[in-house]
Design a protein around this ligand. Structure first.
Ligand code: ADP
Length: 433
């Protein structure tokens, strides 16, 4: 393609040559007139295309390139190429921004980008939900005016951002958020937020559990060491010695029961599925439970099995028998002498297998029911201790039922009695072949 200056030189040279020829033919005056006319025409031609180019640029549309000629065609082609590559870059940037936003939206954590004055540039959905920011209304607003928690404001205004802080009650009183500010680029800041409510709850449960275990073991240990000191320091008769040794044995058994139940719980917690899959014949298990119950009660209660379906249940026999026994043992321990205890294995109208233990004991007030399966939760603390309870029995039962996709259902009425049932889904049942 012929270059810009070459074209100008060619145009002006052409005009000069024509004017010179006219000058030779018609005299110098005609030559000059021709030169002026041709130059004026050339200028008008240039102005026309200049105006056309300006008009195009004013309402620029890439796909509407005006028809040009000569140098102006060159210029239009250049503008077109530049605009096209600009458009391409813009599209690439838009794509990159879209990718960045989709990536941050996919993150389980909240992300807020801020400028150096803590003004919100962008917040992903999680941050919108966790901090109550609205991308639409809060862009450009100072984050301190949106999240007014005093500890959060102090953290943002401070400089110790290398550590995350944990805040409770930013939007709702129960929620716990972990927040960290990370400076990046020249002056921007990235605020990361993570919902740690569940973790916090687990940590609290763990702390409570350790405190409870220590407390449960400390009491019998203190009693034991008291008796030991008495035995060592005081001159006792043989009868007194025997009596103290009996009491010490009782405390040692209590600790042993707690440790054994804790080991059972920890074993159950380490896997989520039953340890084996047996076909349990309830027509064999129920008489065994009944005999054990009568032995435990020492004939002080009226105990019977009212219904025993011949449908088998599938699961780990040792686990399920231990859960059934726990419920039977509780009924005997909490039902006063002379009370009635009824065991049942039946199929309910929905086709589920129901193992239940009904007693005519003291019953349980409704506010305690949701907490009964918590470790060490007891309604009647002294009765539990007197009867050798560890406070872990129902926690174990709950674990075992959950592992078998079954449900522990507790019905109780104060003064009338309780009914503890384990409800097995149909898929865990097997009709007698
Ligand atoms: P514990 O070893 O104390 O019996 P459990 O976890 O087996 O612990 O039971 C938790 C609490 O539930 C008991 O301390 C008792 O207060 C209450 N409870 C359980 N079974 C019965 C029942 N059949 N009748 C009345 N209260 C019961």
């Amino acid at each position: 393609m012929i270059g810009f200056w070459v074209r100008i030189v060619m145009h002006l040279g052409g005009i000069g040559l024509i004017a010179w020829v006219f000058g030779l033919i018609g005299g110098a005056r005609n030559g000059w007139i021709t030169a002026v006319l041709l130059l004026s025409g050339w200028v008008v031609y240039q102005l026309y295309y200049l105006q056309k180019t300006m008009g195009w640029l004013e309402h620029f549309q890439l796909d509407q390139v005006p028809h040009m000629s000569g140098t102006w065609e060159l210029l239009a082609a250049k503008i077109y190429r530049l605009a096209k590559s600009g458009e391409h870059q813009r599209q690439q940037l838009a794509e990159a921004l879209k990718d960045f936003r989709s990536a941050t939206e996919a993150m389980p954590d909240g992300v807020v980008t801020l400028d150096e004055d803590n003004q919100v540039i962008y917040a992903n959905e999680q941050a919108e939900e966790q901090l109550g920011i609205s991308n639409e209304n809060d862009a450009g607003r100072n984050l301190i005016n949106i999240v007014r928690h005093p500890d959060f404001v102090a953290y943002l205004n401070g400089t110790e951002w290398d550590k995350a802080i944990t805040l409770k009650g930013v939007r709702s009183s129960n929620r716990v958020l972990q927040i960290q500010l990370i400076p990046y680029g020249t002056r921007q800041r990235l605020l990361m937020t993570r919902d740690v409510t569940q973790l916090d709850r687990l940590e609290t449960t763990r702390r409570d559990f350790v405190a409870n275990v220590s407390h449960e073991l400390k009491t019998p240990l203190t009693v034991l060491s008291g008796f030991l000191e008495t035995l060592r320091d005081l001159p006792l008769s043989e009868d007194q010695r025997q009596q103290y040794l009996g009491l010490m044995h009782g405390q040692a058994r209590r600790m042993q029961n707690i440790v054994e139940d804790l080991l059972v719980l920890s074993k159950l917690e380490s896997t989520s599925a039953p340890s084996q899959e047996d076909e349990i014949d309830m027509r064999v298990v129920m008489p065994r439970l009944l005999a054990d119950a009568k032995g435990m009660s020492r004939d002080q209660h009226q105990i019977e099995a009212s219904q025993v379906s011949d449908v088998k249940v599938m699961g780990a026999e040792d686990e399920l028998v231990s859960a059934f026994s726990n419920l039977v043992s509780n009924a005997i321990r909490y039902t006063p002498v002379g009370g009635k205890i009824t065991l049942e294995w039946s199929i309910n109208p929905k086709g589920c297998g129901v193992f239940s233990v009904r007693d005519t004991g003291p019953g349980i007030e409704s506010q305690h029911l949701p907490r009964l399966t918590e470790r060490f939760y007891r309604v009647d603390r002294s009765r539990s201790r007197e009867t050798g309870g560890t406070g872990l029995g129902l926690a174990i039962v709950k674990h075992i039922t959950t592992r078998h996709q079954a449900q522990l259902v507790i019905d109780s009425e104060v003064g009338k009695g309780s009914c503890f049932s384990i409800v097995f889904p149909e898929k865990r049942l097997k009709p007698q072949s």
